[in-house]
Design a protein around this ligand. Structure first.
Ligand SMILES: Cc1ncc(COP(=O)(O)O)c(C=O)c1O
Length: 454
């Protein structure tokens, strides 16, 4: 296929940009929602949309349509369809997140790929001698593990320093986070470090907390941090995203988590500036050097269908009252309601104020469960899946010796939290199933240490 790298750019070819989203004349009904997600395994209370997202049947059908079009006539598809299709998707995202220019939006596989793109350009600066041992990358201590590994691979190995900002959990206010962030920056400064890149999560993964990202980016600017990368893997479709308002240099969000795309697709926003860094897709192909958005739209022969369905996803979300904003609002309200219902039954606490969560919230588990390690949390999660048909991630919150500030219930320190999600397919009974499963485990075992070490 290397004979011509136009990839759909022939001049006689008209660009098919997406039509303005149609407003639904009738909103999607409950049976239609059930039908859209009827491929979900029956009997599982799936309250973990956060990990892998979900894709409705109508979008899966569109994806199959794109795959068939490619297979019917691959050469025609490559030369006439692919690039325009990806541009149409990028245009939808550009409008949705309020970017200035469609060239600021690239489609990549996932947040992990985006992190590699951002961190590799930092790594190159070390390799080229532009950065030295006093140059550092700053991140939150609860950054996603894969991102931490990327920092290790591209920054630490290149000789860079890493500064970790500890965040409190359970958290009571945005001010607590801002104060810790400022402390991290001050510590770096005191140690003579120049912060070349700050990586800030928009919504941390485990534990999940909605971070005051706009304020943190502003602080970075005041403090002279060179580049800011927002890892917003969970953001689009679960909070309103305005990249101009946030003001970071880079912002990534998965489209397959909360935006109903099939796996795997994410958008990476790279703010246009006079000093636009030398960013490249980690997989180098024909388009190398033509700008990240074009490089990313051809990284070799593969299935691009998940990048092509974005306009069809917009059609799906516009069947709901208020479109994506309506979905965001209802998911937030419902997850808070479900969280409250659970803490009332378990007599525990939420991990954050209601305003500091989006479509997921941390719910304290009764201390009598005795979640005493990360292994215990994995065992409990498997037990809930296998014995009760409940899919929910469990977080272990260690209590340091003599710590007074940890959250407690009537029996002791709360060391386990369930991260519950709410998406359009969830129903009250999903959360009741979790509630009753936990109550049952406690009742059956009286004290649950035995269950967890079984
Ligand atoms: C904060 C955060 N960053 C990055 C990722 C990685 O996403 P992916 O596996 O789609 O690359 C995740 C996934 O859950 C995440 O929560």
């Amino acid at each position: 296929m290397a004979e011509d790298s136009r990839n759909g750019e022939s001049t006689h070819n008209q660009l098919h940009l997406p039509k303005k989203p149609k407003l639904a004349t009738r909103f999607i009904s409950e049976p239609e929602i059930r039908d859209e997600f009827s491929h979900h395994q029956h009997g599982i209370a799936r309250i973990n949309n956060g990990s892998f997202g979900s894709c409705p049947g109508s979008v899966l059908a569109s994806q199959r349509g794109w795959q068939r079009r490619f297979l019917q006539q691959p050469d025609y598809f490559y030369y006439n369809t692919l690039r325009n299709g990806i541009l149409a998707s990028r245009t939808v995202i550009k409008d949705l997140v309020n970017a200035d220019d469609v060239d600021e939006i690239s489609l990549v596989d996932n947040a992990t790929t985006a992190a590699a793109i951002v961190l590799q350009q930092i790594g190159r600066r070390f390799a080229e001698g532009k950065y030295g041992k006093n140059d550092a990358v700053l991140m939150l201590h609860c950054a996603f593990q894969a991102v931490k590994k990327s920092i290790q691979a591209y920054v630490t190995r290149a000789g860079g320093a890493v500064i970790e900002v500890q965040l409190p959990f359970p958290v009571n206010s945005e001010e607590e986070i801002i104060a810790e962030f400022q402390r991290g920056l001050a510590e770096g400064r005191a140690n003579g470090k120049k912060i070349r890149l700050a990586i800030i999560d928009h919504i941390t993964s485990m534990p999940c907390v909605l971070i005051p990202v706009r304020e943190l980016v502003k602080i970075c600017r005041v403090e002279g941090v060179e580049q800011v990368f927002v890892d917003a893997a969970h953001a689009i479709g679960s909070v309103k995203v305005d990249v101009k308002e946030i003001g970071a240099d880079f912002y990534v969000s998965n489209l397959h988590k909360w935006f109903f795309c099939p796996p795997a697709v994410a958008f990476l926003y790279c703010r246009k500036s006079s000093s636009l860094p030398d960013v490249h897709h980690p997989v180098v192909s024909h388009e190398y050097g033509n700008g990240l958005s074009i490089e990313s739209s051809w990284i070799g022969t593969r299935d691009y269908s998940s990048q092509l369905v974005v306009p069809e996803v917009m059609e799906f979300v516009n069947r709901f009252e208020g479109g994506i904003e309506g979905i965001i609002k209802r998911n937030h309200e419902e997850v808070v309601k479900m969280g409250r219902m659970l803490v009332e039954s378990w007599e525990t606490n939420l991990g954050s104020p209601e305003g500091m969560c989006a479509g997921m919230i941390m719910v304290g588990l009764p201390s009598r469960l005795c979640v005493m390690s990360e292994e215990d949390s994995v065992r409990l999660r498997s037990h809930l899946r296998e014995k009760y048909g409940v899919e929910v991630p469990i977080y272990y919150q260690g209590i340091k010796d003599g710590e007074e500030g940890g959250a407690r219930d009537k029996d002791g320190f709360i060391t386990g939290y369930a991260r519950i999600s709410h998406q359009v397919y969830n129903r009250l009974e999903d959360y009741c199933k979790l509630r009753d499963a936990i109550n049952q485990i406690i009742e059956d075992r009286k004290i649950c240490r035995m269950l967890l070490t079984e």
